[in-house]
Design a binder for this molecule. Structure first.
Ligand SMILES: Nc1ncnc2c1ncn2[C@@H]1O[C@H](COP(=O)(O)OP(=O)(O)OP(=O)(O)O)[C@@H](O)[C@H]1O
Length: 197
């Protein structure tokens, strides 16, 4: 059965890295679903790769056309940033399996939209201290580091990814992303097994 694999995890848990590795790997032929955001593009990001970077007006257009599959709005240090998935033809589970990056909240909405048996969570986990170090190292490479936003997200993760919510949504399996090679191998093995049933 074709499935939608949702890569999730707290900030700097390695979602983008894992997503790129999996989608660039020739071992699996997964269609990628690129999400949309109204947040400003970061140095090194490319429009249409990590996200489609769009205006609030574009989001309103999609909402008016009833094309938004799931939507989250975050009150950041720099205003409200929206993250959302659009029914723009990218997701077609009749034709094949797909993969996307999401949050627990988007996973909840997507699971409701497509059905529990069609969506598989790839939940990444990294020890908090190491994750904070990675987040800080990454931020330092930016021309305009946003340290306050980094801290806000780190704290917000505590609430957003509460064990209770993970349990409610049936997210049992954790993919530890301390060592990228073994983490990726385990994810690829599980994706393959899930594509076959
Ligand atoms: N296994 C790993 N070992 C070492 N560094 C890693 C590993 N995975 C990711 N990183 C590094 O950690 C940082 C965060 O990774 P990444 O940007 O992929 O996380 P993310 O979950 O997409 O973050 P965010 O949600 O904040 O955008 C990056 O600088 C990345 O290069």
């Amino acid at each position: 059965m074709h499935k939608l694999f949702v890569v999730m995890g707290k900030s700097a848990s390695g979602k983008d890295t894992v997503f790129k590795e999996i989608t660039h790997s020739s071992e699996l032929s997964l269609k990628t679903i690129v999400g949309y955001t109204t947040r400003p593009i970061r140095d090194g990001e490319k429009d249409g790769e990590e996200y489609f970077f769009v205006s609030k007006e574009r989001l309103s257009d999609y909402q008016r056309a009833d094309k938004v599959i799931e939507h989250r709005a975050y009150d950041t240090m720099h205003g409200v940033w929206d993250y959302f998935t659009v029914d723009d033809g990218q997701v077609d589970l009749e034709k094949g399996s797909s993969i996307m990056i999401g949050t627990l909240e988007s996973y909840r909405q997507i699971r409701k939209y497509f059905g529990e048996d069609r969506v598989y969570p790839v939940y990444l986990e990294v020890e908090d201290g190491l994750r904070l170090e990675r987040a800080l190292l990454r931020e330092k490479t930016q021309k305009m580091p946003k340290y306050a936003e980094l801290c806000r997200r780190f704290l917000a993760d505590e609430e957003d990814f509460k064990e209770q919510y993970l349990k409610e949504l049936g997210v049992g399996k954790r993919y530890r992303n301390e060592d990228s090679k073994s983490c990726l191998e385990e994810i690829i093995r599980d994706i393959r097994a899930n594509m076959e049933n």
